[in-house]
Design a binder for this molecule. Structure first.
Ligand SMILES: Cc1cc2nc3c(=O)[nH]c(=O)nc-3n(C[C@H](O)[C@H](O)[C@H](O)COP(=O)(O)O)c2cc1C
Length: 183
């Protein structure tokens, strides 16, 4: 594929297995910079990025992530973990979409720089939930929402990347829902 952006989008995969190498200096900053440039409702940028390198904290986050249905491990083995939180008070109607967009920027930027990641989705939850425990561990204000935990490291080359997508013809509707043919 000629276009680098399209290539990055199509080839990015969630990878929970890493080579366990230190990410080169400056790379995490470039990845965060991509997050900073995400679009958001009225450019309100309600997100905060918590960058975790401390092994003990990673261990605690890993234990919390066990509460999330799809958890596939990997946090402790990742060199860096970025936790994305958002402040609903900035604008309560769109903060989660805003946060999701920045997470996507981060994962795409990481992939484009040879760094693997995967999105551990943190659903909103009350006391004892993965969200609440993550806030406690990282000192995130209680009124914020934790949207994702993103382990980052160089990918284990033996990890089998997979995942197809539904074909476009099944998801595209022309003019009205149900018209799946363009003419
Ligand atoms: C909102 C959201 C939450 C996700 N939560 C998890 C998760 O908790 N654990 C996990 O292993 N993957 C999680 N993923 C990653 C998806 O499983 C993955 O993106 C999907 O299977 C497609 O695979 P691919 O990213 O390799 O193309 C999440 C993705 C999104 C967008």
């Amino acid at each position: 594929m000629e276009n680098e952006v399209l290539k990055t989008i199509v080839e990015r995969r969630s990878i929970p297995r890493f080579r366990e190498k230190e990410i080169l200096p400056g790379v995490v900053e470039k990845i965060l910079e991509a997050g900073r440039w995400a679009p958001s409702y009225a450019n309100l940028q309600p997100w905060e990025f918590i960058v975790v390198r401390d092994p003990e904290t990673k261990g605690k986050l890993s234990a919390v992530a066990e509460k999330v249905t799809l958890y596939r491990r990997g946090i402790q083995n990742a060199d860096v973990v970025i936790v994305v939180a958002a402040d609903p008070e900035v604008y309560p109607l769109h903060y989660r979409e805003d946060a999701a967009v920045t997470v996507q920027n981060i994962t795409l930027a990481a992939h484009s720089l040879g760094v693997a990641s995967y999105w551990i989705g943190i659903p909103e939850g009350g006391p004892g939930s993965a969200e609440s425990l993550t806030k406690e561990i990282l000192g995130i204000p209680n009124e914020f929402s934790v949207v994702a935990i993103l382990p980052l490291d160089y990918p284990d080359p033996t990890y089998k990347r997979q995942k197809e997508r539904r074909p476009l013809r099944e998801m595209v509707h022309y003019e009205r829902y149900g018209n799946t043919r363009s003419s």
